[in-house]
Design a protein around this ligand. Structure first.
Ligand code: ATP
Length: 149
């Protein structure tokens, strides 16, 4: 095969512009407002169906409220907000992954489905543990100082 024919056969396998338009998707959000609507639907679904997401939302709100009441530095409040937000993001990704795994294997047992779900759950756990440690470092000292004063 000549160099010319190799190049032409390679270029014919390259994705065409139409393929880049996500043809496999049932629906595609066409503007920012519609994207926001779907994101809100995901947030609402996760809040309604995932008890852990609701628990983490409450804990994060309490930690941030305590930080505000204790008049922590803006950067400390930002760190608390960031770590609390990270836990919620992990919960959302965990929920998304669970849905994809269930869609793929349905009610059958599969070792890879178990690994995927267990690792996603572990990601939530690790982020939650990090958030607790960070909140403890930032909130407990000024909180105790309040009682000693
Ligand atoms: N199809 C499957 N094959 C093998 N193991 C599975 C399968 N589905 C679930 N499991 C196992 O059951 C556990 C619980 O599954 P589930 O779908 O409730 O996920 P979860 O992350 O624990 O849910 P949640 O985040 O809502 O608490 C998984 O972590 C996994 O070990």
């Amino acid at each position: 095969m000549s160099n010319k024919s190799i190049i032409s056969s390679q270029s014919s396998t390259e994705p065409e512009p139409a393929r880049l338009k996500r043809e496999l998707s049932f629906k595609v959000a066409h503007n920012l407002f519609v994207s926001f609507k779907y994101a809100w639907a995901g947030l609402s679904y996760t809040f309604q169906t995932q008890r852990n997401f609701r628990i983490h939302t409450v804990i994060g709100s309490v930690a941030l409220s305590m930080g505000l009441s204790l008049q922590l530095e803006p950067v400390e409040l930002a760190v608390i907000a960031l770590t609390s937000g990270l836990v919620l993001v992990m919960e959302l990704l965990n929920t998304a992954l669970e849905a994809v795994v269930d869609l793929t294997v349905e009610r059958t047992y599969h070792e890879l489905a178990k690994i995927a779900k267990d690792c996603a759950a572990a990601a939530v756990l690790v982020s939650a543990m990090a958030a607790v440690v960070i909140a403890a470092f930032l909130i407990i000292p000024p909180f105790l100082a309040l009682f000693q004063a």
